[in-house]
Design a protein around this ligand. Structure first.
Ligand code: BGC
Length: 765
């Protein structure tokens, strides 16, 4: 039967029951309509053993635990993100799941955000592009996704009630584009709303976010679902086009909604539109199952997880070439730290927790690679958490450190300090026990590398300068152990680049003054200056900048070219960059392109990431990468226009290996085709009159009649007048003129003349 026909056969009660979950994880299942099963991601398929529970406390089926999304974003590799999606799709088929509740694309506003590890980046383009590739990987293989949490869900403090207070330009430029890119490039089957309010409206009831932007502007025709337990007013949410309240069935609410519909509080057409979308989802889910295979290669998924761990690992420092460990020069290595034998593979708890079906232990993998040629020693070195400094262990570690050729310390955030859903982090420093150990060991053995395990940026006060080699290993999933072992020995070349800035101190972070919020609101006063956009503009050197990551090889940026030097904003421009591996080992570089508006009438960041590409290069090999830039890449969001505007002028194009490592640049002139229609009012100031072709003629004539004092050739007079309204100019310089003239009538006439000449509508004030 066709969907429209099925719709006609359903009673109102049946239709309403489709607007609620069937259970904790199921939707549909009404009349003859099949059930659709959705379970969490994003780091693996989290199917609760008892499907009637959340699984968070009761346990989940084992699945491949991939590195956290922060690590996936640090690969900057869309092909790999697509493969992760494909592997997840296969495991969803294995577990008879139709939709994975992932990925989350919320922007990392502060390193304290409890769910940062589940999100991609502080940058919307990076988050959006990696998310799209991941979504496509799942959906191309018959499994749906649920893009979440829409929108401005950037911390966990008072997460179910707080209102994120964000101005419209900031929403459009920072907090929405990752959703927009994912919706437009990969059309997720579902969009999940967030727990928080946005500018006072609950997300699932928010007319601007839901009806206007998601549905009308982005043309999203898929299903929207609430976050679990978020809905407080089902009617308002329905009016905002929220299709399904999760979980369900919430029978008393169903009855109430039926009553409200019968009372005419909402048109049945609104219900029908939702039901239609839900039925379309059911059809997709059933069709998708045709792609189910008979055999499942979990070992292959493990390899994909390992590759993400390799490419997401960021070599932060490598002074004196401490790494990689060279077999020919090394007889013994000391490995220190519990993270080497008990690795943290993901966030501690919440919906993103995965039960790994297998686990690579770093120490074991290091020993495997070392073989008989290198002796590997191990000591714990520290207890998991302060104040448990382990004096004996520490002494043992220091004593051994002197005797070996190299030391590798595995440090990181202990489980007790939890990075999890439901609450924010309180610390960004390693525990003192680990810091003290690092400092003492490095003093005895300068040939030391530290491997970090954490879900979001750490500050590293007082120790980072002493450590010659430092690796950001993130929570690297179940295969992280083999990935790090291969990286340490140079069997794999790290190619990760930071997907978020590591600040030197937490009080440098742009959200510091307003985080976490008070009286039910968190004001995003930093506006568009999130992450590197802020550090760049304020000229604050972070500990490690956005996009940073070293390699065991070197890359040289040889040339940059544009195919046109002048375009208008309807045209595109191609930027070609030649990059060479000038070192001795094969490696991958992430080429990043940032745009800068040389002269803007509105405040803009110094650099905005617009394009990136990861290239694989053999020693000596060079490749040319071409990026295509369109209007949006030069534009800012103009609230008055309610759209994207490019200002005529020169734009710098910066290319490099991080936001702070720009190797090449060129410029292009872009002409705006948008004619800004200025409506003149008595509040319009002189500079606005002067900027307008018709306005300039009219006002210059008028000033000439008004007073001899107004010599517009004089710089100072001009500067003084620029910010004055015309009534102020009249009253300051036209007192004499007013003896014989009616100022109000003259002003009205001026405004009518200019608005008429510009064909704009007169506005009464
Ligand atoms: C989380 C979502 C998750 C859902 C189902 C919520 O608490 O915010 O990300 O998909 O639970 O587990």
């Amino acid at each position: 039967m066709k969907i429209d026909e099925i719709l006609l056969t359903l009673t109102l009660e049946e239709k309403v029951s489709l607007l609620f979950g069937k259970g904790m994880w199921e939707i549909g299942g009404v009349s003859d309509i099949p059930e659709v099963i959705m379970v969490d991601g994003p780091h693996g398929v989290r199917k609760p053993i008892d499907i009637n529970t959340t699984g968070i406390f009761e346990g989940n089926h084992p699945a491949t635990a991939f590195p956290i999304l922060g690590a996936l974003a640090s690969t900057w590799n869309v092909v790999l993100a697509n493969q992760v999606g494909e592997s997840l799709a296969n495991e969803c088929h294995y577990y008879d799941v139709h939709v994975l509740l992932a990925p989350g694309v919320n922007i990392k506003r502060t390193p304290l955000g409890g769910r940062n590890f589940e999100y991609f980046s502080e940058d919307p383009i990076l988050a959006g592009e990696i998310a799209s590739a991941y979504i496509n990987g799942l959906q191309e293989n018959g499994i749906g996704t649920s893009l979440k949490h829409y929108a401005a869900n950037n911390s966990e403090f008072e997460r179910m009630t707080i209102s994120s207070e964000v101005d419209e330009r900031t929403l459009r430029e920072i907090y929405l584009p990752a959703f927009e890119i994912a919706v437009k490039k990969s059309n997720p089957w579902i969009v999940m709303t967030s727990y928080n309010k946005v500018n006072g409206y609950r997300s699932e009831e928010n007319p601007l976010l839901m009806n206007h932007i998601l549905r009308n502007e982005w043309n999203y025709n898929g299903v929207t679902i609430s976050d679990w337990g978020a809905v407080t007013n089902r009617l308002k949410a329905l009016q905002a086009t929220l299709d399904i309240e999760m979980p369900g069935p919430s029978l008393s609410r169903q009855k109430q909604l039926v009553k409200q519909i019968r009372n005419g509080e909402v048109y049945e057409a609104v219900v029908n539109a939702s039901v239609k979308r839900i039925l379309e989802l059911v059809v997709k889910a059933i069709q998708g199952k045709k792609m189910k295979k008979n055999a499942y290669d979990f070992d292959h998924h493990h390899l994909v997880a390992k590759q993400v761990a390799v490419e997401g690992t960021v070599l932060l420092k490598n002074d004196n070439d401490v790494l990689p460990i060279k077999k020919e020069k090394t007889k013994s290595v000391l490995v220190i730290g519990k993270h080497a034998i008990n690795p943290r593979i993901g966030g501690k708890g919440g919906s993103a927790m995965v039960t790994p079906y297998r686990l690579d232990i770093p120490l074991e993998k290091i020993k495997e690679i070392a073989g008989d040629e290198i002796t590997i020693h191990y000591v714990d070195g520290y207890n998991d958490y302060d104040p448990g400094e382990n004096e004996m262990n520490q002494q043992e570690a220091i004593a051994l450190a002197k005797q070996v050729d190299k030391v590798i310390i595995f440090a990181g955030i202990p489980e007790e300090l939890e990075e999890a859903e439901g609450f924010d982090k309180e610390v960004t420093e390693l525990p003192n026990s680990q810091i003290n150990l690092i400092l003492s060991v490095v003093q005895e053995q300068p040939d030391t590398a530290v491997v970090l395990s954490n879900g979001s940026p750490l500050t590293m006060t007082g120790w980072v300068d002493q450590v010659p080699a430092l690796i950001e290993g993130w929570f690297a999933g179940q295969a992280g152990g083999s990935a790090i072992a291969e990286i340490l020995f140079g069997l794999a070349n790290p190619s990760g680049k930071l997907s978020e800035t590591f600040p030197e101190h937490m009080d440098h972070n742009p959200a510091h003054l307003t985080y976490p919020g008070e009286n039910g609101k968190v004001h995003y006063h930093e506006g568009i200056f999130v992450g590197y956009r802020y550090y760049d503009k304020k000229n604050i050197k972070p500990l490690f900048p956005f996009g940073h990551g070293l390699s065991y090889t070197e890359f040289s940026y040889e040339s940059i070219q544009v195919n046109k030097e002048v375009i208008n904003d309807n045209e595109t421009v191609e930027v070609s960059v030649k990059v060479r591996n000038s070192g001795a080992m094969a490696g991958k570089e992430v080429v990043q392109l940032y745009v800068n508006d040389q002269d803007s009438s509105v405040i803009r960041p110094v650099k905005e990431l617009k394009k990136f590409e990861k290239v694989n290069l053999h020693p000596g090999e060079a490749k040319q990468i071409t990026f295509t830039l369109t209007k949006r890449d030069f534009a800012y969001y103009d609230v008055e226009l309610q759209g994207w505007r490019v200002e005529t002028g020169l734009f710098n194009l910066f290319v490099g290996g991080s936001v702070a490592d720009i190797r090449l640049s060129t410029a292009i002139h872009v002409t705006s085709t948008e004619v800004k229609k200025r409506v003149f009012t008595p509040r319009s100031v002189t500079k606005e009159w002067l900027q307008d072709e018709n306005g300039k003629k009219i006002i210059m004539d008028f000033f000439a009649q008004l007073s001899d004092e107004l010599n517009m050739e004089d710089e100072y007079t001009l500067s003084f007048l620029r910010e004055c309204t015309i009534p102020a100019v009249i009253s300051l310089f036209g007192q004499k003129w007013m003896d014989n003239n009616n100022a109000d009538a003259a002003l009205d006439q001026l405004i009518d003349r200019v608005n008429h000449a510009n064909k704009t509508v007169k506005v009464d004030f």
